[in-house]
Design a protein around this ligand. Structure first.
Ligand SMILES: Nc1nc2c(ncn2[C@@H]2O[C@H](COP(=O)(O)OP(=O)(O)OP(=O)(O)O)[C@@H](O)[C@H]2O)c(=O)[nH]1
Length: 803
């Protein structure tokens, strides 16, 4: 491994005004080349002075030891750099593995635009489709990478992009190959830039040398590709931009070559921001080819914070407008600063670091701020800009910035998904902010996907228990898609996660980084129980005069929870109980109104106590196998009583916990069901293997087949167009011939392939990679995503419980 001492990272980045700031993410399937491309971007921007390599484990953004040893990105890393001197790019390199989806979701939440990287050999892969959907509200550009590899297919990949992502495209550059008559091979050397009418050829030995030639002076197929490509570019933009058509007809005299680059660039920018189309670029980052034009595209075509979408907030009618000094000016208040926490990490030296995106105004170090999501007021400590793992302290975080809060004062005050507000200028002026609107402003939090696998974590000795709990609490604070629960029957601590790799990485972190002395069991599917029918109402009263009545009822599994909540009575308030789709439903009190509250203890303290006791009671599990309860609603009646002078809620906790257990106990074992995670499965197989794959899915894997389609006849629609329209669009799109692909390879994709959609229990999909490989001679691909929890039928109950 090459030592970091041989090269430097320049931490400082000059501040750009808001219109010249870009907050972008790099998203893609695993191994498409996100980190390799990011590394080149840092090099060409002057941020680093030598290029690191993923395979040698010395890139800037993959800095965790686990990332370096495994050669994959695990956590998204933020870094900023300048481009074309006046622009500042804040870039987040995200992981590609499906187990780390939450990292992508939380990054996308605070980004204004994305670069999607595609592998020219693999084409549009499943995880790319997923992250594309997750980022569907933000403009994107596409980079077809690995054009140097055997089997790279630029045009084949563009076709897949159009049909699978259902997007129009504008090809901005085309691949440039050089033919060697001696070896009779074509080698990828550079690009044909259709906007600037140049051919750019990179030097294989020297990453800084680029030969620039006039495209019009080329000949043969290069010239032909250039002319056809430029015509197609002007045409596609003309469908969106009337001004361009006018210019083309009147000023350029109908000549595609006479439309100047700046007019085209403006038009591409407008069409990209409107998400009318996706500009497409190509290159080979590993060979340093095509990265500078991609960086130009980031600043030319992706939005500044003054053009990005507004954040979604809890006050639906909150006035918002862009302001060059404030960013997103909210509630017409130029002094209001609003920031959103999207990530928390624990650094061994600096302690807790909270990543925030500032949407409005300025965050000043040492200011008093208010966490609207937790009703907490506190003082900020130091602020910083992070460049991967290099720390740059700063006094202020300006609008549009992505930065970090540090210091003991903030450590326990902020979690992922919280909204922080403060006064932009005065140190301690929360009182000047509107109590009901500004101090109650919440940017919609990040959705956390439910864990589907669990491992059992045990302290090596009883003395290690406390340290284990502390280490686990750090882990789940950093990554809310990890969930800690307790098996009440056995007392075991369970750690839930998104997949086997996710839990393996968590295990590494527990043992090696947090030095927890623990034993970790084998990875298991996370099963739950639920109830089939509601309990009777139960009531309890203690000697101090507290009295509560409640029942527990099942929440329907087949209706989205948002719909269930929306259709319930206005008289009821729903509070989530942890991550298992359990809720506390509270009836309005018969006699007390919140605005006329005469009790010593605040209403929120009573609710918090009942929430905690409900979580503990439901964790105790069901009657079949003690799996924690899922999709249960604890319904609190509105006739509860507590003494007016009750000083704290410690009495309430055991009372309601016991009451819930009593209600659940009254049900018979037959009133319970075991639930298991079921997954959406998509399988793409050549026609000739369809029978064996379907047979295996239905017989061996108990899956429920939803549809089997010809790959090109999928009938989904986006923007009013059907997928057939997109297939037609792909046929019409000008694409240069894929000269490095043999005919056989060209024919493989999309022709004669069948697309199977099914719902399948996660348990039955273990080791499916090997099965699909052997059933289809390595030609089939599949993709799994979480569908929901479903009841386990009697026929499989025993095997599930034994599992
Ligand atoms: N031939 C070739 N290999 C490349 C290119 N770009 C990346 N690679 C290789 O592809 C592999 C994966 O590259 P990464 O940059 O780690 O991909 P990634 O998308 O960041 O991967 P994850 O973050 O783990 O999802 C590495 O072995 C790279 O050297 C390219 O342009 N050409």
């Amino acid at each position: 491994m090459i030592s970091r001492a041989f090269y430097f990272v320049r931490p400082y980045t000059t501040r750009a005004d808001l219109s010249r700031l870009r907050n972008i993410g790099i998203i893609a399937h695993i191994d498409a080349g996100k980190t390799t491309t990011t590394e080149r971007m840092l090099y060409y921007s002057g941020k680093i002075n030598r290029i690191g390599d993923v395979d040698q484990g010395d890139t800037i953004t993959d800095f965790l030891p686990q990332e370096r040893s495994r050669g994959i990105t695990i956590q998204s890393a933020a870094i900023s750099f300048n481009w074309q001197k006046k622009y500042k790019i804040n870039l987040i390199d995200t992981p590609g593995h499906a187990d780390f989806t939450f990292e992508v979701i939380r990054s996308v939440k605070v980004l204004d635009g994305c670069v999607t990287i595609l592998d020219a050999v693999a084409g549009v892969e499943a995880q790319t489709e997923k992250v594309w959907k997750q980022s569907e509200n933000i403009p994107k550009i596409c980079f077809i990478n690995k054009m140097d590899r055997d089997g790279a297919g630029y045009s084949r990949t563009v076709k897949e992009l159009i049909t699978k992502m259902q997007t129009k495209v504008a090809l901005i550059n085309l691949p440039f190959f050089e033919y060697d008559p001696d070896t009779q091979t074509n080698t990828f050397k550079g690009i044909i830039d259709l906007v600037n009418q140049k051919i750019l050829k990179w030097d294989a030995e020297d990453p800084d040398r680029v030969e620039v030639m006039e495209a019009l002076e080329s000949s043969g197929e290069h010239l032909e590709n250039f002319l056809k490509g430029r015509e197609a570019l002007v045409e596609v933009l003309g469908e969106f931009d009337e001004n361009l058509v006018e210019y083309f007809l009147e000023e350029a005299g109908g000549d595609y070559l006479r439309v100047p680059a700046d007019i085209l660039n403006r038009s591409i920018r407008r069409a990209t921001l409107a998400q009318y189309l996706t500009p497409v670029f190509c290159g080979a980052s590993f060979r340093n080819i095509g990265v500078q034009p991609l960086l130009d595209a980031v600043v030319n075509y992706l939005p500044s914070p003054l053009e990005a979408r507004f954040p979604e907030v809890n006050h639906r009618n909150m006035p918002m407008q862009y302001d060059p000094a404030v960013g997103v000016l909210m509630n017409h208040n130029k002094n209001l600063c609003v920031a959103f926490a999207f990530k928390v990490i624990t650094d061994s030296i600096r302690g807790t670091m909270i990543f925030v995106r500032v949407y409005s105004g300025v965050l000043n170090s040492n200011n008093t701020v208010y966490n609207c999501s937790r009703d907490k007021k506190f003082k900020l400590g130091k602020l910083a800009l992070l460049h991967a793992n290099v720390y740059e302290e700063t006094q202020k975080l300006y609008p549009g910035e992505i930065g970090v809060l540090t210091g003991a004062t903030v450590a326990d005050k902020v979690s992922t998904g919280d909204t922080i507000v403060t006064h932009s200028v005065k140190r301690d002026a929360l009182k000047s902010l509107n109590k009901n609107i500004e101090l109650n402003l919440k940017i919609n939090p990040i959705t956390v996907p439910p864990p589907v696998f669990v491992v059992c974590v045990e302290p090596k000795t009883l003395g290690n228990k406390r340290a284990m709990e502390e280490a686990l609490s750090i882990l789940i604070k950093e990554d809310p898609s990890l969930v800690v629960s307790k098996d009440e029957e056995t007392g075991q601590t369970l750690l839930g996660g998104m997949g086997e790799l996710h839990l393996e990485i968590a295990r590494d972190r527990l043992l090696n980084d947090l030095n927890a002395e623990v034993h970790i069991g084998k990875v298991m599917v996370s099963y739950k129980e639920s109830i089939n029918s509601p309990t009777a109402d139960v009531t309890t009263q203690n000697e101090t005069g507290c009295r509560f009545s409640l029942s527990v009822a099942p929440i329907p599994l087949d209706i989205p929870i948002a719909e269930t909540i929306a259709s319930s009575s206005n008289n009821l308030k729903w509070y989530p109980l942890g991550g298992d789709n359990n809720y506390l439903i509270v009836e309005n009190h018969e006699s007390y109104r919140l605005d006329d509250w005469s009790f010593q203890v605040p209403y929120s303290a009573i609710i918090n106590a009942i929430v905690s006791s409900s979580i503990a009671a439901l964790q105790k599990g069901g009657k079949i196998a003690n799996f924690p309860l899922h999709s249960c609603a604890v319904k609190l009646k509105g006739d509860w009583r507590i003494p007016l002078d009750l000083e704290n809620v410690t009495d309430i906790l055991p009372l309601t916990r016991h009451l819930i257990s009593q209600a659940l106990h009254s049900l018979r074992i037959n009133d319970y069901s075991v639930l298991e995670p079921v997954m959406n499965l998509e399988v793409n197989v050549p026609q000739k293997h369809l029978g064996s794959v379907v047979q295996d899915l239905t017989a061996a894997r108990k899956s429920h087949i939803l549809s089997i389609d010809d790959e090109h006849e999928l009938e989904e629609s986006r923007g009013g167009l059907t997928s057939i329209d997109y297939h037609r669009m792909a046929q019409r799109q000008y694409l240069p011939p894929d000269i490095t692909l043999k005919n056989a390879q060209l024919g493989e994709v999309g022709s004669g392939n069948k697309f199977i959609r099914a719902i399948v229990p996660l348990k039955e999909m273990v080791a499916y990679t090997n099965t699909i490989r052997s059933l289809t001679q390595g030609r089939g691909t599949f993709y799994l995503s979480y569908h929901g929890m479903d009841k386990v039928g009697q026929d499989r109950l025993e095997s599930v419980i034994n599992d």
